[in-house]
Design a protein. Sequence first.
Length: 137
Amino acid sequence: MVAELILVPHPTEASEGAKACARSVARALSGAGIKVREQISICSGRGDLQKAVAAALERSNIVLTLGGLDRESGGLTKTAIAQGLGLPLENHPDCYKAIQEYCRRTGEAFLPGDAALAQIPKGAQASPVRWAKCRGL
């Protein structure tokens, strides 16, 4: 198995933190016997992200995108990937419940834009991660 990581750093956060996260994921994948082919940093928008994902899908068995799922980014990652693959976004009830639970647990207000965070591309699988507001895909 070969994996590729595509990093979509948050515009207001230091990229070093995002790169450290990507290195940690790459180590975990390597430890599980999965070769990590590339780590690509994407900062310049939807079109570049769509091209990077399409190219990664040609080269690798697994494509992981890190970042770009939060409300502040407008869900850049999932919308760009869904559009690039020609897939509609669907409401995912488990993701919606997880966002509500996160807000309850942390005391963060559940805002109107948070409901859109529960949409995922048709056929995608949400990760079981429960510590973050937005589940990975």
